[in-house]
Design a protein around this ligand. Sequence first.
Ligand code: URA
Length: 214
Amino acid sequence: MSRLQPNTTPATVVDHPLAASMLAALRDATTPPPMFRLLAKRLALVLCLEATRSVPTSSYQVETPLGMTTGQRLAKPLVAVPVLRAGLGMLEAVTELFPDVTVGYVGLERDHATFEPSLYYSKLPPLEDRAVLLLDPMLATGASAAAACGSLVAAGADDITLLSVVSAPEGIRHLHECHPTVRIVTASVDEGLNQHAYIVPGLGDFGDRLFGTL
Ligand code: URA
């Protein structure tokens, strides 16, 4: 299916007991950064598997020790783009699963008063005819994810999947309104946002918990 068609399902929520138990441990305020990093990577592996479910494949002939069979390989190159800095916690999962992936980076800061994002860094490989996995673990207002998608589209991307650990309904709505073709794969859709635009119940500041900068 062409990814230029509007996406009618705004978010795919991964429904797996392992994902649920890892998410619970990530939410736990007593989980220290080393364990947080490990869990973030493992949960990102699950999200990545779901996000790449529909990547097209092509057939080729494989000779096993006992005969010939038909194998499959990815027919579309992948690009991973972590949003700095929290998205870095999800990158290793993608590079381990897909060693041929190329990697771009997008740096976004949000203004603490207005919550509006501004782009301070962008380094992207070619994105045309690639399946782009945007790594941004907390889909809160959706403003940063929408801005990141805007810069990916401007650079030629037309097949983008956002991998987010926790999403707020507001963020899903906003991203879907701004970029209806972008798929969202998440481990949870939480209740909503507090007055500081943090996700509730969420898990706090993902970047701080990942890098121990609390
Ligand atoms: N970013 C985070 O790290 N956590 C939130 O809850 C919202 C945005």
